[in-house]
Design a protein around this ligand. Structure first.
Ligand SMILES: [Fe+2]
Length: 393
């Protein structure tokens, strides 16, 4: 069952010329400055910002507009500015934009890291259910947001269907790789073309915009080997912070460097911290691929501390701390947030049996848009949760 949030009801409204104060039936109190309210007005005269059609420019408005009256009517909040200009605010919208520290933090909830115990609670969804039932689809999106990974079962094991299935999250973002065919190739150029084991990594950390929601569509699985591995970057960050706070600090602040040069005439080279952080200083994910990491470009005195910190993190990763292994089957699709999770693969023997996995991805904008639309349709406050650059928020 999906958790429903109680409807937001306005109990009372008070005002001064420069403030509207709303008391809610659950006891919470929200305070809105007049300039904020005037800027938020989407009446016909002001125009809606949501469609990019606000007619009134901020510079045309007074810096301290005066509220003539603020009142509750039909469950909504109204602000009278005089001269016939009245703003109307729906209660769920107003509560969803409350400026109190408490509500702002609620809109920016921390993610829950997971370790090896995820092996026992990894969520499987039926493709048919997710594609046909909107509540199941919302649960699918929420699981992806909160855990960063799930597995779809009963998906058609047909190469023509990959894009359609990924459409459960959004339109594909195709890069130079297109929909990538992960199978052993006679003349491999990159590791994904080989049958060797691949240590835990994130994909394409050498891009400014790294792939986000990633799909592994299993068309053919190897009889022996080819198991998928994964680990939560947030959990590794937490473990590193506990074990060595200095190393953790360095990997949050010093920019690592990833590069990739391809024969087709592309050369990527990006510097960014392994652990990115949000405005609260919380780690939001990670980007790391040991196989493609270039020498760090940082002040010389930071070089050795950086490599010491990186070594400690990689030792944790390679030792299998927090690692989960799952053997995907034909007709399954692993869906995960590549900006939060590491993934890898055990080696397989291509001479014994063929393995073919198709990989593609969808941007976070598309993912968050789906969630937002689903919440709005249900009148739920989560519609106004902040979505940082990483999918778990
Ligand atoms: Fe990969």
């Amino acid at each position: 069952m999906l958790k429903q949030i109680d409807a937001c009801e306005i109990q009372d409204i008070e005002f001064t010329p420069e403030r509207m104060v709303v008391d809610w039936t659950d006891g919470h109190r929200s305070e809105f400055p007049s300039i904020w309210l005037l800027h938020a007005c989407d009446c016909d005269a002001c125009g809606p910002s949501e469609t990019g059609l606000r007619h009134v420019q901020l510079t045309q408005q007074p810096s301290r507009p005066q509220i003539i009256s603020a009142y509750r009517q039909d469950g909504h909040a109204y602000v009278d500015w005089g001269n016939g200009h009245i703003s109307r605010f729906a209660p769920v919208w107003l509560r969803g934009h409350c400026l109190s520290d408490r509500e702002r933090l609620h809109r920016h909830p921390p993610a829950q890291p997971w370790g090896a115990e995820m092996a026992d609670r990894l969520t499987y969804f039926s493709y048919t259910d997710v594609a046909s039932d909107s509540d199941c689809h919302l649960a699918f999106l929420e699981t992806l947001r909160d855990d960063g990974v799930l597995i779809l079962k009963d998906v058609p094991a047909s190469r023509e269907r990959t894009e359609e299935i990924a459409g459960l999250v959004g339109r594909l973002h195709l890069t130079n790789y297109g929909i990538f065919e992960l199978e052993s190739k006679p003349k491999p150029e990159i590791a994904g073309d080989m049958a060797i084991a691949l240590e835990l990594h994130t994909d394409e950390p050498y891009r400014i915009e790294i792939p986000a929601i990633t799909f592994f569509h299993v068309l053919k699985q190897s009889d022996a080997g080819g198991d998928s591995t994964m680990a939560d970057g947030l959990w590794l960050a937490k473990r590193l912070e506990e074990k060595n706070p200095r190393a953790f600090e360095i990997l949050k602040t010093v920019k690592a460097r990833h590069n990739r040069t391809l024969k087709e005439g592309r050369a990527f080279d990006v510097q960014a911290p392994i652990f990115p952080t949000d405005s609260y200083g919380r780690v939001t994910g990670l980007r790391i691929n040991d196989r493609g990491m270039a020498p760090v470009d940082c002040p010389v005195d930071l070089v050795e501390p950086f490599y010491d910190a990186l070594r400690e993190l990689l030792e944790m990763i390679y030792s299998g701390e927090g690692r989960v292994t799952v053997k995907l089957q034909e007709g399954e699709m692993m869906v995960f947030n590549n900006q939060r999770l590491l993934h890898g693969r055990e080696g397989f023997d291509p001479a014994r049996s063929h393995r073919h996995v198709r990989s593609c991805h969808v941007d976070l904008d598309e993912f968050h848009s789906r969630l937002r639309v689903a919440y709005r349709a249900r009148g739920r406050l989560e519609a106004w949760r902040h979505m940082s650059s990483m999918a778990h928020l």
